[in-house]
Design a binder for this molecule. Structure first.
Ligand SMILES: [Zn+2]
Length: 475
């Protein structure tokens, strides 16, 4: 007897989008759960007994909220609706889930019956701590493609529809105020580099007053595709394939243009009056920092990440104290967005931290840790040098109303090119001062400078780079 053949789906890429439709009502296409499956009805799990695997644009019952990305009037733009709650699933105009990578923990909480899938947030007293915008950049569909410019106040903008139609709409941005203390800044005050003013730097402990903005990614797929110079179908197909087929609507719902990807977001740390970020008449100091947990939090000395982060904060505070604005933006893009596992394979465990640039640490330390081999090792192991994709990074600057940067506290040519490419001029680039560079991170910084990072100092030749070597595991 012949084995049952597996249906083969043609894989010609890119797929055509917007061509798949179905007249079958959404209920009819839902798969019945098998007898061995746990019953879903009547529990906290979900209110439907059948699993809706995917939907189609013209399916009966499908009625997405209009989404007019870039429209000036938020009512015309429409809310971001991504929830699969029973009252909302037919109205969705976005694919994915809230919470970025934390959406999986949400699923676990529901599966373990610690969270009712129909739970709705209580938005009382959750309004932003400060006002921001709206700015003209919010209405430019080419300037903001990777976050929802109205994501801080949907519960206010769309309260009517939430109340009347019981639609589940949630914020993707939160704004709060806090104090922060860093041991290095206490030292800065002690050494007289930083002088407490009682407003930004509060006291001799170096305690700082800060306004924080947390942002989850919301991608407008045509705009994201355009930033990368690819077509939307190729982007959708790749996102579908390389997330284990997790989001079939990327393929079946060409009419839905918004995707909330399962990745980390960003946090803005603003020193001084937040209104000054968009005030072109005052100076702005800015650091864009990509996550390096090993250095940022655990102070490993193999890279310059924490030193540059602290230096960026100190310089941002000084700019704010002088009547300007100081901003540090922290992106969750661990290890050049390759992740710590890939990073550690290139790193040295004793002195090692992960770094945004420290690719291939094990490989580096088992051989000779030479600056000249730094990027090559990364590329050999990860297949690419870098997956941070700075092309989407400037969106947050547009959202904050930033139109120029007086002091860019970064040597990265990729960040510089992305920002200037988005029409935001950078007047001065500020290197990490020599005395802030840990001895064992010389390999990293010299390799980066050789590869094009900004410096006013010496750019080593490849021959000179070969002489720069880090510690081995035994040292
Ligand atoms: Zn690092």
């Amino acid at each position: 007897m012949a084995a049952p053949s597996t249906p083969v789906v043609p894989v010609a890429a890119p797929i055509a989008i917007d061509s798949t439709t179905s007249d079958v009502p959404i209920e009819e296409t839902a798969l019945a759960t098998s007898p061995s499956s746990p019953t879903l009805s009547g529990s906290k799990l979900a209110s439907t007994s059948r699993i809706i695997l995917t939907t189609y644009p013209k399916q009966i019952g499908i009625n997405p909220f209009p989404m007019n990305w870039g429209a000036q009037d938020p009512a015309e733009r429409g809310p971001i609706v991504v929830s699969r709650a029973s009252s909302t699933i037919r109205r969705r105009n976005a694919i994915g889930a809230h919470g970025g990578s934390y959406s999986i923990y949400y699923a676990l909480a529901v599966a373990s019956q610690q969270l009712n899938a129909e739970h709705r947030p209580d938005f009382t007293n959750t309004e932003p701590a400060v006002n921001v915008g709206p700015f003209p950049q919010w209405y430019d569909k080419k300037k903001i493609v990777a976050m929802d410019p109205w994501g801080h106040i949907p519960q206010t903008l769309f309260k009517d529809v939430m109340d009347k139609e019981n639609v589940d709409i949630r914020p993707t941005i939160a704004i709060t105020k806090a104090h922060m203390r860093l041991p290095e800044l206490e030292e800065s005050v002690r050494l007289g580099r930083l002088v407490p003013d009682g407003k930004v730097c509060l006291n001799d402990k170096g305690e700082l007053a800060v306004t924080k903005f947390a942002v989850e990614p919301v991608w407008y797929l045509p705009g994201v595709a355009e930033r990368f110079g690819i077509d939307e179908g190729t982007l959708r197909r790749s996102l579908f394939e390389h997330t284990g087929g997790s989001y079939p609507e990327l393929i079946t719902r060409g009419d839905i243009k918004v995707f909330l990807p399962p990745i980390g977001g960003l946090t803005v740390y603003c020193f001084g009056d937040p209104a000054k970020m968009s005030d072109a008449s005052v100076r702005l100091a800015l650091r864009i920092h990509d996550e390096c947990n090993g250095s940022d939090v655990f102070c490993s000395d193999i890279c310059t990440c924490r030193p540059y982060l602290i230096y960026g904060i100190e310089e941002a505070v000084k700019e704010a104290q002088q009547g300007g604005s100081g901003v540090v933006i922290y992106f969750r893009k661990e290890g050049r967005a390759l992740g710590e596992v890939t990073k550690y394979r290139t790193i040295q465990p004793f002195t090692g931290s992960s770094c945004c640039g420290k690719v291939v640490y094990n490989a580096r330390k088992r051989g000779e840790d030479r600056a000249s081999d730094y990027f090559k090792r990364t590329e050999n192991i990860a297949g690419v040098k870098d997956m941070r994709f700075q092309a989407l990074m400037p969106d947050i600057l547009h959202w904050l109303g930033i139109t120029k940067i007086d002091r860019m506290l970064s040597m990265s040519n990729m960040k510089y090119d992305a920002i200037v490419g988005q029409g935001i001029p950078i007047h001065e680039r500020v290197e990490l001062p020599e005395e802030w560079i840990p001895a064992d991170s010389r390999v990293e910084i010299d390799a980066k400078i050789n590869a094009g990072y900004f410096t006013t100092g010496h750019r080593m030749t490849t021959a000179e780079l070969e002489a720069v070597q880090g510690r081995s595991w035994e040292e």
